[in-house]
Design a protein around this ligand. Structure first.
Ligand code: HEM
Length: 279
């Protein structure tokens, strides 16, 4: 059965035992998206104009994401580095200054969202093919985790096609990221694992919230398969955290640091794909 966890139950963490090198979160990490609509009403999805523009303001303000159980291990380090790379208006733990105004205003369009979904599919196809092929044996641990998104995205794109939308070809952000992942997968397993973690986990957090709000604004609340998981999402995530911790337990401190340093690139590539929603 697909996960029906509301967003408010999908992220909770408290008493996280962070290693000395990263600060412990001090406040309840909670976020939501403030929405303002430029258009006065939503139309049924079939008559949606792909040029109708709404504004999404993403802000870290309320109680959507309650605290979580302690997870422990290297994943805590990866998470702490990732959270710091968010802007303050994306997540409470974010430390980056928002680029431009303090809140980010988004004006999603169906065409932009389709570009985002197509490029996301290319990235997930690539990650899932790499894990299947496992050029480094440890990647085999990450087969069939239940977090895979490729098939779900395929169904979503078929649905859009049935609604009469033209599905675009992958664009430069997705193509560049897929190439980069293939390159890393062969020669740099620590860096590759960093991208694997960030891509799948970001999607269950901020990605999921973005999807929900964009759907409210331009898809008449249609819930895409991309945002549904078979079974209990929290358990799937915990299984993957455990595997990541096991794999990283064999790494030296230098290799762990190398993995953490790659987080910034993960944000850069994924950020470019996210921005397609607004294109
Ligand atoms: C508009 C862009 C984004 C927003 C609004 C956003 C928002 C969030 C929020 C609200 C959380 C949950 C924090 C919590 O647990 O309470 C989160 C977690 C996270 N985000 Fe983002 N995020 C964005 C982009 C990204 C990007 C580009 C990446 C990296 C590719 C990323 C990686 C992560 C990771 C790894 C987590 C931790 C997930 C977990 O512990 O389960 N995020 N994000």
């Amino acid at each position: 059965m697909a996960s029906t966890l509301p967003l408010s139950q999908s992220h909770s963490f408290s008493s996280i035992k962070l290693p000395n090198r990263v600060p412990k979160p001090t406040s309840a990490p909670s976020s939501c998206f403030l929405l303002s609509k430029k258009s006065s009403s939503l139309s049924p999805q079939l008559s949606l104009s792909s040029t109708r523009r709404y504004t999404v303001v993403v802000a870290a303000t309320t109680t959507e994401m309650p605290k979580k159980q302690s997870k422990g291990g290297f994943v805590d380090e990866m998470r702490a580095v990732a959270m710091k790379l968010h802007t303050r208006d994306q997540a409470r733990e974010g430390e980056k200054e928002p680029e431009g105004p303090p809140v980010v205003k988004w004006e999603p369009t169906i065409n932009g969202y389709l570009r985002f979904l197509v490029d996301s599919k290319l990235v997930y196809d690539t990650l899932e093919a790499i894990v299947e092929k496992a050029p480094h044996p440890s990647y085999a641990e990450f087969r069939n985790t239940g977090l895979e998104r490729s098939e779900a995205l395929k169904k979503d794109l078929e649905w859009f096609k049935e609604q009469g939308h033209e599905i675009p070809e992958p664009s430069s952000p997705g193509i560049s990221y897929a190439r980069y992942l293939e390159e890393l997968a062969e020669k740099d397993p620590q860096a590759f694992i960093c991208h694997f973690y960030n891509t799948y986990f970001a999607h269950t957090a901020g990605g999921r919230m973005i999807g929900k709000k964009v759907a409210e604004m331009i898809l008449d609340k249609k819930e895409l398969e991309f945002y549904k998981w078979e079974g209990n999402l929290s358990k799937l995530l915990q299984n993957v955290r455990d595997k990541l911790n096991e794999v990283a337990a064999n790494w030296s401190r230098e290799e762990k640091d190398h993995c953490l340093e790659e987080t910034e690139k993960s944000f850069k590539y994924s950020g470019e794909i996210l921005r397609l929603i607004l294109s």
